[in-house]
Write a protein that binds this ligand. Sequence first.
Ligand SMILES: C[S@@+](CC[C@H](N)C(=O)[O-])C[C@H]1O[C@@H](n2cnc3c(N)ncnc32)[C@H](O)[C@@H]1O
Length: 223
Amino acid sequence: MIAKTACSDFLHFFRSWVSNPLRVAAIAPSGDSLARIMTSEIAALDGPIIELGPGTGVFTRALLARGVSESDLTLIEYGPEFIGALQARFPAARVLQMDAAHLAQADLYEGEPVGAVVSGLPLLSMSPLKIASILAAAFTYMRPGGAVYQFTYGPRCPVPRPILDRLGLKAVRIGGTVRNLPPASVYRISRRKPLELSRERLRYRSSETEIEDIAAFSDEAGG
Ligand SMILES: C[S@@+](CC[C@H](N)C(=O)[O-])C[C@H]1O[C@@H](n2cnc3c(N)ncnc32)[C@H](O)[C@@H]1O
């Protein structure tokens, strides 16, 4: 990326952080080194990919560099200030302005075609309830063997252990970099057993049961 674009992205990002520090949760876009680790296990053949919280599109560009087709990307960004630039930069991608917590209701795909979910979401500033909803929904779209890639500035996986246990998921640190502001680690979150979460199961559970289940994550995670 040319220096002028990097500088304007930094200013854009910094202004967003000033107006909404909890949602944006970083003063600068992720660096190329982190973007490479986040996308290192993703190949062109992985098919549809969902990106959560793309911001200015650092990970999106890295996905394209790995050969993923732009038309295979669904970018879910809550911040209205990022939407125009994402649409202009990635015209063939599907860009949706929405809260990732509503992923389950979005009906993005039929069945489970998604090969990976790349997440730049600030999980450390989200409630356990919200984290559980986002992860549960992500895996309803995910085909067997697919994974969520999540980075964190913290010392451990930002998904609390009780949530991983309840959803039948495991998290493995696949790398980290100090060449990022701040330094960051990347986790691969995948199913312990294939197809433990199915889209049909989630769809037909009553909303009351779902809320009770997720509230239990919240209690166990101390949220
Ligand atoms: C730490 S920034 C990461 C941006 C970009 N992926 C990067 O690494 O430079 C977090 C991004 O997630 C977005 N975001 C925060 N909460 C969200 C939510 N509930 N749903 C969708 N996007 C959200 C923010 O607007 C911001 O773009």
